[in-house]
Design a protein. Structure first.
Length: 90
């Protein structure tokens, strides 16, 4: 049986309020893609980006779920279960 995410009940935010990685902006750096924390709404850069702010946010906050906020992408990733946890409804 496939592993399932047990954290989907923690989703509080589904739409971003901004489309920038504020941490990268403060550093004067750029990013590759943006991810949003589904528990607090924090937007950070992806692991392909130099600073990996979305993953750093997980390590400091322990908020388990992120989503892509790239155009046309709706996938959810769970850091705790290390699985794709579904999609944000369109």
């Amino acid at each position: 049986m496939a592993k399932q995410c047990t954290h989907l009940n923690q989703i509080k935010f589904t739409k971003p309020s901004k489309h920038v990685c504020e941490e990268c902006v403060k550093l004067g750096d750029s990013w590759v893609h943006l991810r949003m924390c589904l528990e607090c709404g924090n937007v950070g850069c992806c692991d392909s980006s130099k600073n990996k702010h979305a993953t750093k946010h997980f390590h400091s906050s322990r908020h388990p779920l992120i989503r892509s906020i790239e155009p046309g992408e709706r996938w959810i990733w769970c850091y705790v279960d290390e699985i794709a946890a579904g999609e944000i409804p369109g």
